[in-house]
Design a protein around this ligand. Structure first.
Ligand code: G6P
Length: 621
């Protein structure tokens, strides 16, 4: 969703701001803007609806000067994506300029009060309210006297203003009278500070900082950072000035590029073997025949007492959670329930005290997932996160968790984070299984299978060509069905989601046998059905479902394992993938479905990495 960048240093701020905004494009946005401040206290504000390149054209024409600046990509919530509603917003007569991520819930009452006090609103956004509120707070402080130091004056004004806000915010704030200072403050919306040589950077995630610095500070809720070219001060609402912890950023500029692929999504599909290796690295113990997680922050004894798991997530992460439900119930014999986070946060399910919550999230910022985690924490349940983005809000708030280490995922449609999440689930099934009844031998067999997985995924990537040819045949279809059974039912859901997200074709995932209770009415010669052919005891049953589709003239695209010779006699198209242990087959099977969606979207001329209406991380409810 919205993205923030900020710069205070010695060079032209606009160069970092534009580059940083391009790196944040993946979050999804519909307008963009920057403000720079030069040492003669002139504020240059440029905004435009649409793509960052439009803003870049304006920058080329007007060359805004100044070594301090802020920038923003906006994903409209309050007010249409127009130039007026784009950030930065000015407070007072331009004494303050700010950009905002998040949602201010009490914006209407604040707006009324500020308008009555003479502040003139130029936009329909909740964010402009914050700009005027800070301007108003500066006035109040000036009236109070005796005057605090210039630095304290600004900090106090921001603290006074944010204390009146209800909702969530990540803010980057410039003050016309203080061209060498930049303030960042957050509650429920991430901010990261980068420390350079005579320069400090601010951003809503670490990707704009890659290649500029490897020293970063993750701000936590209620923290405020004052950035100067040569200094950084961090304060907490309740504790005043605090020592900040500098962490190292393991990301370089190449990690956030397309690496020669046409799209981020395609690069990330091909990153999967390496991402899976990284998810497993150092986490499989041959001696104990189990998985080892360093960050759960719960003792094995405490975990052994867990009687039930509740997994919560949204979107693709919810599908990975469903895979986890099958695997953990099967291998660890622990009851698992998977809940949409948006539902869980408002439900009050009866939960026994020995229930452990897992929040699964690529970004670690999804508002509904965060709210569900907080709700369960409030009720005293231990909470763990399965998360890709280091230092993200959910990673910070959970009691512990597992980082995926899949590397930055920039394409809006999740691919490598999904397969890494599924693998993390398989490792959890092994871990909990070994805490209970799973034998040493069974554990070792699962570990061996996991170690072979990246090579199998590498082989599955060779379906690139065949999926492209199939895509050419079906790119004009208006509807698709995706059908799978057991642990490949979530694969069907995820395959359908990939297609609809990026190609805008209506697609539904269903358990294969359930399709005759409704979706079969959709079947005709223009509606392809993608079948995930299982091995084992449900094979014949799925083949029977496939015949039912064929009997109604529906084209069938089948994904099956090498060596299955029967499927090709029935299906119109067959995609062969390597056979792996059953519990890992969903991870191999999703690969051709990701590629199929990708090729269809490209053929239809869709914006694969930035599909319409979607955001990479949804930080509003
Ligand atoms: C958005 C994205 C999806 C993603 C979902 C959950 O809707 O467009 O791709 O699956 O959020 O995101 P998370 O970061 O929590 O996994």
């Amino acid at each position: 969703m919205c993205g923030i960048v900020g710069y205070v240093g010695k060079d032209r701020a606009v160069d970092f701001l534009l580059e940083g905004l391009r790196r944040l494009e993946y979050r999804g946005y519909d307008s963009a803007g920057i403000a720079t401040l030069d040492d003669r206290r002139r504020l240059h504000v440029l905004k435009s609806p649409g793509r960052i390149e439009t803003l870049a054209d304006e920058v080329r024409k007007q060359t805004p000067t100044g070594a301090t600046g802020i920038g923003h990509t906006r994903w409209a919530t309050h007010g249409a994506p127009t130039e007026r509603n784009a950030h930065p917003h000015l407070g007072g007569d331009g004494v303050v300029a700010l950009v905002h991520n998040g949602v201010i819930e009490n914006h209407a009452s604040l707006r009324e009060r500020l308008a009555a006090a003479g502040y003139e609103f130029r936009s329909q956004t909740d964010s402009e309210v914050v700009a005027h509120l800070i301007a108003e707070s500066l006035r109040q402080i000036d009236r109070r006297g005796p005057a605090p130091s210039p630095k304290d004056r600004l900090i106090q004004a921001v603290e006074l203003a944010v204390a009146q806000l209800q909702g969530t915010y990540g803010l980057a704030i410039l003050f016309r009278d203080a061209p060498e200072w930049l303030i960042g403050v957050r509650l429920g919306s991430p901010l990261v500070v980068g420390i350079g040589d005579g320069v400090h950077y601010l951003a809503s995630d670490a990707s704009p900082l890659a290649g500029h610095t490897d020293r970063i500070v993750y701000l936590a809720d209620h923290q405020l950072a004052l950035l100067m070219p040569d200094g950084l001060e961090v304060r907490h609402r309740d504790h005043g000035r605090i020592r900040h912890q500098i962490e190292s950023l393991e990301l370089d500029a190449a990690d956030v590029g397309t690496g020669g692929y046409d799209h981020y999504m395609l690069k990330e599909i091909f990153d999967q073997p390496e991402a899976l290796r990284n998810t497993m690295r150092g986490r499989l113990s041959d001696d104990d025949a189990t998985a080892v997680f360093g960050g759960l922050n719960l003792r094995p004894q405490e975990l052994r007492q867990v009687r039930r798991l509740l997994i919560t997530a949204c979107g693709t992460s919810w599908h990975a959670s469903l895979v986890g439900e099958y695997l953990i119930e099967e291998y660890a014999r622990l009851p698992v329930e998977v809940e949409y986070a948006s539902e869980l946060r408002y439900r009050n399910p009866p939960l026994e005290p020995d229930t452990l919550l897992f929040a699964v999230t690529q970004s670690g910022e999804t508002a509904d997932t965060l709210a569900a985690l907080r709700e369960l924490k409030r009720k005293g349940h231990p909470t763990l996160a399965i998360c890709n983005v280091v230092g993200s809000t959910i990673a910070q708030e959970a009691n512990g968790g597992i980082y995926l280490h899949a590397g930055p995922e920039i394409g809006v449609a999740s691919t490598k984070a999904y397969t890494s999440q599924c693998l993390a689930m398989a490792m959890l099934a092994l871990y909990f299984g070994r805490l209970h009844h799973l034998s040493y031998d069974q554990g070792r067999r699962m570990i061996d299978a996991m170690r072979r997985l990246p090579d199998a995924v590498e082989e599955a990537l060779q379906t690139h060509e065949v999926t492209r040819r199939i895509a050419e045949r079906y790119a004009d279809a208006g509807n698709f069905l995706y059908l799978g059974r057991q642990m490949n039912f979530p694969t069907a859901l995820e395959g359908a989601l990939k297609l609809k997200e990026i190609s805008y074709i209506h697609a539904e995932g269903y358990p294969a046998a359930e399709m005759k209770h409704g979706p079969i009415a959709l079947v005709d010669e223009h509606t392809p059905s993608v079948f995930l052919i299982p091995q084992g005891f449900v094979y014949d049953k799925v083949m029977a479902n496939l015949e039912e589709i064929k009997a109604r003239g529906g084209p069938v695209i089948a994904v099956t394992v090498e060596g299955d010779s029967q499927t090709k006699q029935l299906a119109d198209e067959v995609i062969y993938v390597p056979q792996v242990e059953e519990f890992l087959q969903p991870i191999v099977n999703i690969v051709p479905l990701q590629l199929l969606a990708y090729h269809i979207a490209v053929l239809r001329g869709c914006d694969v990495d930035k599909p319409r209406n979607l955001a990479k991380s949804v930080t509003v409810e």
